[in-house]
Structure formats: structure tokens, C-alpha cells
Design a protein around this ligand. Structure first.
Ligand code: CAA
Length: 406
């Protein structure tokens, strides 16, 4: 592993190795074909579940592995370095729906959903965005109306990863009334399953990258959700979604770092082999500088992600650091894959080699789970929330563990 600075425990190394071995044997041989055919492999979900990769942060008492955030992200990077489509499925499932039910679910909801989710029998998805509510997530318009012992949901959710195969979807919908809108506080979270009357998988997107990860619209047409499937408190759904995205954004950081690292590793190998002007192209400074910048970016992004994960595992707030991690990692992935294509030259532009897929896969990390622009909004708001706009001399500013004044 290039520039893995965090000292890992023997257990963390074991999980890392298990994830790497699984990815290389069960995923790598199929990745190019799955990408070409936009193929999602349901058998892979069961295999991931059997090894515990779909319950990584769930407690052992609920059939999970009981790992901390750092170990989870170390494993996720290994999967992402081989296949970013599989990585997003693993990331969304582990970071969002399972954690939301664990944190805000009733005992009955936990028993019912988390065990099969940990075992890979039910795949999780997260449905916040809508066709007209992306960055402005609080503007979502799917309406939930109470009717006896059900909530009736109407609307269309968009950009739902794994949506074709999800068995549990945490869906955000408005529970405030049209004549008394309450903004972000009028949104609630529901546990939706595809067998509920009124549920339909809508348009499947034909994407530039992550083609083996199905991204769909979900149509709720008078969808009847039992009242027992409200998650947590009515009106708290947006706050739950935002808090959960702190986890989610760390997962996307791990995905992006895996992509960037793969770009670096393929480039190192290719530059050592490829000969032009009578010598390996790795002997040219123009290539060396690209490789150096790629390695520097991946190492820095990984170090920030690991530090953020450790802060989270200590119970510290990480909204700021998670957004910084996701931003740095996704921009690193984009620049590393762009340079990898350049190092490969013409061969980087064709599907015979893997770097064009890495380049396509990297782009979405700058878009989903909050665009790079939204990460900068979150970061700037957090900085100002901490300093209250005061002009404080540098020596007088309290610094948190990642060195950002607050
Ligand atoms: N933790 C806890 N609470 C939070 C929070 C956080 N990180 N962020 C916001 N909140 C709370 C606020 O405290 C506020 O609560 P009160 O009303 O009680 O004061 C409420 O949520 C509203 O917050 P804001 O006023 O900050 O809301 P906003 O409308 O200005 O939006 C935003 C903030 C950061 C722009 C947010 O809309 C956002 O993150 N947008 C991006 C959406 C996004 O990331 N979508 C990802 C889709 S999921 C996906 O891509 C998954 C996939 O399948 C891969």
C-alpha cells in the first residue's frame, strides 16, 4: 500500500486483507464486463453479506461485525480500488440506511431490518433527492399524509443508488401540511420496502460512470407505508439525513481514494513498462511529476479521512471534517484519473485498459452525496459558525484536532 500513514492494528490489517482478497477474486475478473453491460450482480450482495461486509458497523448482537468507522473505511477503500460501482453499493448500505435504523429505529425496526441487512438478504438504499430537489434537499416535495394506521406517500425520488435491488429504502417525505409549510422541519424519514402497494421503480439512468451500480427513480403512487415504519420522530427526517450524510460523505471519500489509488498503481506499472525514445517513460520527469502529485494527493486525502474517522469514533462532531474529506478525496480522484489517462496516452482512452473506467467513475464523487460546491458551503458555514465572524488573532483561536479554527 502506497503511503498508508495510519498505524493499523492487526485486526484492521486482517479486515483490510480480507476485503482486498475478496475484491480481487470475486469482483476484479468481472468489473470490465459489468461496467460495459451495466450489470448489477445480486449474487455478489449475498457473498458480501456472508463475509460481513454489509454489516460492518452494526453490532455483533445484530449480526454485524461491530467495526469502528476507521476499519470500515479501510475495507471500503480496498473494494473501491477494484470496483467503484460495488463500492458505492457497500458505502450507501453501510453508511446510510443501516446506521439510520440503528440510531433512530425502534427495537422492533432494528430486529426486523438490521439482521437481514447485515447478512446481505436485504440491500439498503437512501432516497432524499428528487428531480427538482438536489443540492437544495430541503425543497423536496414528496408528500406524506396520515391515513389511519398508514402514511400515504406521493412523489418521485431521484438518483437512488442500488434502487432496482433495494429491499429497504429510507425515504424522506414532507409530513407538514401544504397550508403550513415548516421547511426542513416538515420532513420525516420512512422505512419503505418494495412490496408496499404503490411502490414502483421508475427510470433507470444511463450513466457516464459507475455503470454497474443501478441508479433509478422511485415512484411513490399512493404508497401505503405502515405508521410503524416512520423512522424516529416526525419532522426530524431532514436532520437525520444531514447527520447521516456525515457518515455517507466519509464513505464516498473512501471510494474516491480507492479510485485515485488504483489510478496511481496502474500508472506506476504502466510507466515502468512503456518505452518511448529508448527508455521507460517513468524515466521522464514529466511522468515522474505526475506520479508524485498523484501519490501526494492520495496520501493526503487518506490521512484526512482516517483522522476524521478516528475523530468520529471518539464521538467528536465531524460535519466539517467529513465535508473536507469528501471534497479533497473526490478532487484528488478526479485529478489522479485525469493524469492516469494522460500517462497511458491513447491506451488510456480505450476500454482495453482500466484507467478510462476509473476516470469515468471518479467524476460522480464530485457530484453525489453533496457536490463539491455544497461541501464548500458546509465547510464555510462550519468555519463561520465556530468563529462567529470575530477577528481573533491566530494564536488566540482554539484549534480542533484537525487544525481548523472553531
Ligand atoms: N447535522 C445535524 N443537523 C443538521 C446538519 C448536520 N450535519 N446539517 C443541517 N442540519 C439541520 C440544521 O441544524 C437545521 O435544523 P433546524 O431547522 O432545527 O435549525 C436543518 O437541518 C436545516 O439546515 P440548513 O438550514 O443548513 O439547511 P439548508 O436548506 O440550508 O441546506 C445543505 C443545507 C447543506 C445545502 C443541504 O441541503 C445539503 O447537504 N445539500 C446537499 C444534499 C445532498 O448531499 N444530497 C445527497 C443525496 S444522497 C446520495 O447522493 C446518495 C447516493 O445514493 C449515493
Amino acid at each position: 500500500m502506497i503511503h498508508q500513514l495510519t498505524p493499523l492494528t492487526p485486526e484492521q490489517r486482517e479486515i483490510q486483507q480480507a476485503a482486498r482478497d475478496f475484491a480481487l477474486t470475486e469482483i476484479a475478473p468481472h468489473s470490465a464486463a459489468w461496467d460495459r453491460d451495466q450489470h448489477f450482480e445480486p449474487a455478489l450482495v449475498r457473498k458480501l453479506g456472508e463475509l460481513g461486509f454489509l454489516g460492518m458497523m452494526l453490532p455483533e448482537s445484530l449480526d454485524g461485525l461491530g467495526l469502528d468507522t476507521l476499519t470500515y473505511l479501510v475495507a471500503l477503500e480496498e473494494i473501491a480500488a477494484v470496483d467503484a460501482s460495488v463500492a458505492v453499493m457497500v458505502s450507501v448500505h453501510n453508511s446510510l440506511p443501516t446506521q439510520m435504523i440503528l440510531r433512530w429505529g425502534t427495537d422492533e425496526q432494528k430486529e426486523r431490518f438490521l439482521r437481514p441487512m447485515a447478512r446481505g438478504e436485504l440491500l439498503g438504499a437512501f432516497a432524499l433527492s428528487e428531480p427538482d430537489a438536489g443540492s437544495d434537499a430541503a425543497a423536496l416535495s414528496t408528500q406524506a399524509v396520515r391515513d389511519g394506521d398508514c402514511w400515504v406517500l406521493d412523489g418521485t425520488k431521484a438518483w437512488v443508488s442500488s434502487g432496482t435491488h433495494a429491499g429497504v429504502i429510507i425515504a424522506m417525505a414532507r409530513t407538514d401540511r401544504p397550508d403550513n409549510r415548516r421547511g426542513a422541519r416538515g420532513i420525516s424519514a420512512f422505512i419503505v420496502t418494495p412490496d408496499m402497494p404503490g411502490f414502483r421503480v421508475g427510470k433507470k439512468e444511463d450513466k457516464m460512470g459507475l455503470r454497474a451500480s443501478p441508479t433509478v427513480q422511485l415512484v411513490f403512487d399512493n404508497l401505503r407505508v405502515p405508521a410503524a415504519n416512520l423512522l424516529g420522530q416526525e419532522g426530524q427526517g431532514f436532520a437525520y439525513a444531514m447527520q447521516s450524510l456525515d457518515n455517507g460523505r466519509l464513505g464516498i471519500a473512501a471510494q474516491a481514494i480507492g479510485i485515485g489509488r488504483a489510478a496511481l498503481e496502474y500508472s506506476l506499472a504502466y510507466a515502468a513498462e512503456r518505452r518511448q525514445f529508448g527508455k521507460p517513460i517513468a524515466d521522464f520527469e514529466a511522468i515522474q511529476f505526475k506520479l508524485a502529485d498523484m501519490a501526494k494527493g492520495v496520501a493526503a486525502a487518506r490521512a484526512l479521512m482516517h483522522a476524521t474517522a478516528s475523530a468520529k469514533d471518539r464521538g467528536e462532531p465531524v460535519t466539517l471534517a467529513a465535508s473536507m474529506s469528501k471534497l479533497l478525496a473526490s478532487e484528488t480522484a478526479m485529478s489522479a484519473t485525469r493524469e492516469a489517462v494522460q500517462i497511458f496516452g491513447g491506451y488510456g482512452y480505450i476500454t482495453d485498459y482500466p484507467v478510462e473506467r476509473l476516470f469515468r467513475d471518479a467524476k460522480v464523487t464530485e457530484i453525489y452525496e453533496g457536490t463539491s460546491e455544497i461541501q464548500r458551503v458546509v465547510i464555510a458555514r462550519q468555519l463561520y459558525a465556530g468563529t462567529r465572524h470575530q477577528a481573533t488573532p491566530p494564536g488566540g483561536v482554539e484549534a480542533n484536532r484537525i487544525g481548523i479554527p472553531r
